[in-house]
Ligand binder design. Structure first.
Ligand SMILES: [Zn+2]
Length: 211
């Protein structure tokens, strides 16, 4: 019975893969900064945790565990893992004097990342931390039409509030300025993780167990 259930799960996973392929490349890449953006080492095949660190002095009150937890829940594994030493970190949360939260990743925002720095500003908002972690995975901002017109929008942004905009996306979730935090980490966010290969694949797991 257990085996039968596993097979059905595999079939379901394959179905989802085909479904996203049929939507075409443009749709599959729509919510990322670029197809390569994000941590390759955390994608299928390698699936190594992205190690996160916060400055223990200035960010003592920032709830890092609560920031990574919903991402890990969705992924079904430790996509993000907290480390104590700065030198072991892939992603660093540091306090900044700037007024905006910001994430900068190298070697370039469009390519596979080796390190990211998240500039944290007061108040130490948990939801901002959760959102910025999405940028370390390579996801683009989904902003309002007004934002696009008035501020320098991030890389490859989408528009969340104007269906007539050529950049419009129906996406609802953690990367959207139009979705309240209570409604984050739902179906669309899980799809983002799937498309980028950050979800634990049962097919891969099965094969590993058989070896
Ligand atoms: Zn953002």
């Amino acid at each position: 019975m257990e085996r039968l259930r596993s097979i059905r799960r595999v079939a379901l996973a394959v179905g989802i893969t085909l479904g996203s392929l049929q939507m075409g490349n443009q749709e599959a890449a729509a919510h990322s900064i670029s197809p390569e953006a994000g941590f390759d080492k955390a994608r299928q095949g390698q699936q190594e945790s992205i190690r996160v660190w916060k400055d223990p002095v200035t960010l003592k009150k920032f709830r890092l565990y609560d920031a990574i937890h919903p991402w890990n829940e969705m992924a079904g594994w430790d996509l993000f893992k907290i480390v104590k030493l700065e030198r072991n970190a892939d992603v660093k949360f540091v306090l900044t004097v700037h007024t905006e939260w910001q994430t900068e990743c190298s070697p370039s925002p469009q390519d596979s990342y080796t390190t990211c720095t998240i500039d944290v500003t007061n108040p130490l908002s948990l939801s901002s931390g959760q959102h910025e972690l999405g940028h370390t995975l390579g996801y683009a901002d989904h902003v309002t039409d007004y934002n696009i017109a008035t501020y320098p929008a991030g890389l490859n942004p989408r528009v969340c509030d104007n269906p007539h905009s050529p950049l419009y996306s129906q996406y609802k979730g953690v990367m959207s300025y139009c979705t309240i935090p209570k409604d984050w980490f739902g179906r669309d966010d899980k799809n983002l993780l799937k498309k980028a290969g950050y979800i634990k694949k049962r097919v891969y797991q099965l094969r590993k167990n058989q070896l």
